[in-house]
Each structure stands twice: as structure tokens, then as C-alpha cells.
Design a protein around this ligand. Structure first.
Ligand SMILES: [Zn+2]
Length: 290
């Protein structure tokens, strides 16, 4: 069974605010344990989290082995003040503060550093991101600083410009990566960066009624085409469902992600796909540990 390379144990796949509020007055261990049980029952033995600001992921790290799960976490994600990312971590206003947060994560036991370099998709309008994202030089410095501290980097990134800068800086894993142009996909395939395209948070919205299906489908198909192209070019692509996100339950999300991924690359390439996903997971296991 393949592992889950992108999860949020603090979230529940239904209602983000309610899920987070549960831990407001201290981490509720039983909530974490329920998610671990689900993964264990499904035979999922590797989970990589995106971190959170309330210490939920940090506690999870201490419990995971009881369930036979190899659980990796950045403890919290790091975002620039006033930009996307407040829901999963701590903010910096300049690179000195960023560096301190990197050191803090490392001290708190982070396996890698998670950074936010862009917004997310506006699901009611194809091609639109909730914000433009950080300037290239800042993205470059953020990755350089984390690497300088001996930490691998997981970056939440959508949009061509931001992602291109991150790959050029030697990013370890790219999360989401919607709206990449062909040049950038070529660059990705030539680079050492592993891509976790997370189709489920988009695909699972189809038919739910929260957003116009036509827009959601365009976003999904755009990402699937990018995956198919990058796969053919030899990019290392991994399986991560963003479980915990809306309509992406822990456990089931990973099965959904696999199905979406097969739709993207084609059933006839399933064996090759599996091999590629395993390669990505093995590299993450090896490279993303403090
Ligand atoms: Zn995520």
C-alpha cells in the first residue's frame, strides 16, 4: 500500500473551523488517534503532514508509532505575514524572522520545513489564484536558508512564476502546483524536485454544489494534463491527497487520489505510474527526515 505524502491531521475533511476549534484549549489526543486508526485499518503505514499552529501534528508524531505509522511533520508551516497560510502555521515579516522560525521548527523536532509561497485556487473561477504569491528572490532565499540548516523543504505552491523560482532554488517537494506552463513542467522533470499534485481537493468537489462544476472541472483537467505531460517527461510524482481538506477524508482520500492519478496518466500506464509513485515515496522517506 502506498503512503500518504500530504495530509493534515488537524483537519477532518468536513469543516476546517470546527476541526481546528476542537484543539483550541489543548490538543485532543482522541481525535488524532481516530485518524491514525483509520490509516492503520487501511494498511497505510506512511503519512507526511503539512503541520499546524496548535501542536496537533507535533503530538501526532509522538503517537504514530503506536499505530505502526511512519509519520513525518514540519511541526508547523511558515508563511509570510498577510499571505496565505495562517491556518497551518506561523508568520514571518522578514527573512531574519523566517530564519528563526526554521530554527524553531528544527528544535521542535520537524522532519523538514514547510513553506507557503502562493495562494490557493479560486474554485469558482478557472485560472485565478486567491493571491499572487511571494516574489522570486524571497522564495529563493527561503529555500536556501532551510537547506543551509540541513532541512529539506516542502512548498505549497500554485502558479507558474512562483513554482519556477522554487524549482530553480532546489526545492525538495512541490505541493499542488496548479497552473504550471509546459516550460515549467519540463524544468520540473529535469530537476530533483518531487511533485505532489493533490488532485482530490479539486476532483472531490465535483457535484458537491459549493462551486460551479464547470470551473472545478476545468481546474481539474488542467492539472491532469500537466501530470500526464510531466509523467511522460520523467518527473518524479508522488501520491498525496491533502487529506483533511474539504471532502477529502483521511484514508479514503488516498484511494481517491490514486483513482484521480490513474485518470490523469491513463490506465494503460498504471504499472509505470505505481513505480513512479513508489520512487517518490521512497525518496521522501529517505530525504525528509531531520
Ligand atoms: Zn495541504
Amino acid at each position: 500500500m502506498l503512503g500518504e505524502c500530504h495530509a493534515h491531521i488537524i483537519m477532518n475533511g468536513k469543516n476546517y473551523k470546527e476541526a481546528v476549534a476542537l484543539h483550541k484549549d489543548g490538543v485532543r489526543e482522541e481525535v488524532i488517534r481516530a485518524h491514525f486508526r483509520t490509516w492503520k485499518e487501511m494498511g497505510i503505514t506512511f503519512v507526511r503532514d503539512g503541520g499546524d499552529a496548535l501542536g496537533v501534528s507535533r503530538r501526532a508524531k509522538a503517537l504514530a508509532l503506536e499505530y505502526g505509522i511512519d509519520y513525518r511533520t514540519p511541526i508547523f508551516a511558515i508563511h509570510k505575514k498577510g499571505h496565505y497560510g495562517g491556518i497551518v502555521g506561523h508568520a514571518f515579516s522578514d527573512l531574519k524572522e523566517y530564519h528563526s522560525l526554521v530554527l524553531r521548527a528544527k528544535k521542535e523536532g520537524a522532519d523538514f520545513i514547510k513553506i507557503m509561497i502562493s495562494g490557493i485556487m479560486s474554485f469558482d473561477a478557472f485560472g485565478v489564484l486567491t493571491e499572487e504569491g511571494l516574489p522570486e528572490h524571497e522564495i529563493y532565499e527561503m529555500i536556501r536558508i532551510a537547506h543551509g540548516e540541513g532541512m529539506a523543504v516542502m512548498a505549497h505552491g500554485n502558479g507558474d512564476r512562483q513554482v519556477r523560482a522554487a524549482i530553480e532554488a532546489g526545492l525538495d517537494t512541490l505541493e499542488h502546483g496548479n497552473y504550471l506552463e509546459q516550460d515549467t513542467l519540463d524544468q520540473l522533470a529535469r530537476s530533483r524536485t518531487i511533485w505532489i499534485p493533490t488532485l482530490s481537493p479539486t476532483g472531490n468537489l465535483l457535484g458537491c454544489g459549493r462551486f460551479p462544476d464547470a470551473q472545478v472541472r476545468r481546474i481539474l483537467e488542467r492539472q491532469m494534463e500537466g501530470i500526464s505531460y510531466a509523467f511522460e517527461k520523467g518527473a518524479v510524482i508522488g501520491l498525496g491527497s491533502d487529506s483533511g481538506a474539504y471532502l477529502v477524508p483521511h484514508g479514503q482520500g488516498l484511494l481517491d487520489e490514486y483513482e484521480w492519478m490513474i485518470k490523469a496518466v491513463g490506465k494503460d500506464r498504471e504499472t509505470a505510474l505505481q513505480k513512479r509513485l513508489e520512487e517518490a515515496e521512497n525518496r521522501i522517506k529517505k530525504e525528509m527526515k531531520q
